[in-house]
Design a protein around this ligand. Structure first.
Ligand code: FEO
Length: 399
């Protein structure tokens, strides 16, 4: 960093942009990279809020030194222990051995097990605060947003919420750090994909946090990833509120697994009938080509979900298994589901999809076409019936 990045006169962004890592948590694609945000508050006492993933640590430590200009850090606030934010703690402790590490009772066992750090700990509880001078840090517990130890820090004199993963986004901070300095249209999918992929399992904890923080006079939200929100605070809070209640729009996501094109033909046929019945927002994905990250993101947007699989060794196709396993694991709620498939002899794809329907407990469309080898007219008729059932239900829900 060759310019200090002030977010107020005495608070600085000292985070890093990671354009080298291809997959986040070794699973989720990062086509536009990711930023690890950390902040330094320079007052009578100096506080650092969260750290960065260890791969970008050298740059990070330089950023801090430049801001501190010879001063030492007094506090490190650990809002969240996932290693993309805690990865530089040990190096910071070596550099500032007097620094107090501020966390809660669930933070410290993780800190010791991950990094062997167990000294200079300062435990805070819900509602506790630390005065730095002109800045006052207040702590609120937000368990499971995104881990059990997670808390947020509210700087009450300037109205700045250091929100951890909440309100975060994939995508690097290209040139700007604030929402009004960045191209939010370019980042839109990375914002929603971050929610659906990383936070999406924790809808209820997100709702609890929104209620708890709703009374604060927030003028700026500093998350651990993505833009600093100062102009579009109401928008991002409204999005989190909608997403964490699993509210979706009229539309249908069709995902198919197909080896030789027969199940794909059925998917296309279903899509055509949906459009004829007035459902315009259709997203078709081939489960072998599109990473579940993007499919799950579309499922968080649209109420209708139709899944089709060929049989594979007497079971569902492997890439469909990955997707439905992920959806079950995340416990995504409130969708209307249709399933279909194909088989050449004993089947298995549709059977597993029906099991998925039972497990996930979404409302279902009764018609479940399963073609033998290649779909014939009777199968296409069933596909039309499935599409009709889905379109009718979506129209009931959204008209
Ligand atoms: Fe960005 Fe849950 O860590």
């Amino acid at each position: 960093m060759h310019n200090k990045n002030n977010i107020t006169e005495k608070i600085y962004w000292v985070g890093t942009n990671d354009r080298r890592t291809h997959i986040f948590e070794n699973y989720w694609p990062l086509p536009k990279g990711v930023a690890y945000n950390s902040y330094v508050i320079v007052d009578e006492k100096v506080a650092i809020v969260d750290t960065v993933e260890k791969g970008t640590m050298d740059e990070y430590l330089d950023n801090i030194e430049e801001v501190l200009d010879g001063r030492k850090a007094d506090y490190l606030i650990v809002n969240h222990m996932e290693p993309d934010h805690s990865g530089s703690i040990r190096s910071l402790v070596e550099r500032y051995p007097e620094m107090k590490i501020v966390g809660n009772k669930k933070t410290f066992p993780m800190l010791e097990r991950y990094y062997g750090v167990k000294d200079n700990l300062m435990e805070v509880r819900e509602g506790d605060s630390i005065d730095l001078g002109e800045h006052k840090l207040n702590f609120y517990m937000v368990p499971m947003l995104h881990w059990p130890e997670t808390m947020v820090t509210f700087e009450s004199n300037n109205g700045i919420l250091f929100s951890g993963d909440a309100f975060g986004a994939f995508g690097t901070l290209d040139g700007g750090i604030f929402d009004d300095e960045l191209d939010l249209d370019y980042l839109e999918e990375e914002i929603s994909r971050y929610y659906s992929n990383i936070v999406g399992k924790y809808g209820r904890p997100t709702q609890n946090a929104l209620k708890k923080l709703g009374g604060l006079e927030i003028k700026m939200i500093c998350a651990t990833h993505g833009p600093i929100w100062r102009t579009h605070i109401a928008d991002i809070v409204a999005k989190y509120d909608k997403w964490s209640q699993y509210k979706t729009d009229e539309g249908c996501v069709i995902v198919y697994s197909s080896m030789y094109g027969n199940t794909e033909k059925m998917a296309d046929n279903i899509a055509r009938h949906l459009v004829k019945k007035g459902i315009k927002k259709i997203r078709i994905h081939d489960s072998s080509k599109t990473h579940p990250s993007y499919i799950i993101n579309d499922i968080f947007r649209y109420r209708g979900v139709i899944l089709g699989s060929c049989a594979y060794n007497g079971d569902v196709f492997p890439t469909m298994e990955t997707l439905i396993n992920e959806l079950e694991h995340m416990g995504v709620k409130d969708h209307v589901l249709g399933v279909f498939g194909s088989k050449s002899w004993g089947g298995g794809g549709l059977k597993r999809l029906n099991k998925f329907a039972e497990n996930i407990k979404w409302e279902t469309i009764e018609v479940t076409p399963e073609a033998l080898c290649a779909p014939g007219q009777e199968d296409f008729d069933q596909c039309e019936a499935l599409a009709d059932g889905m379109a009718k239900r979506l129209k009931e829900l959204y008209s």
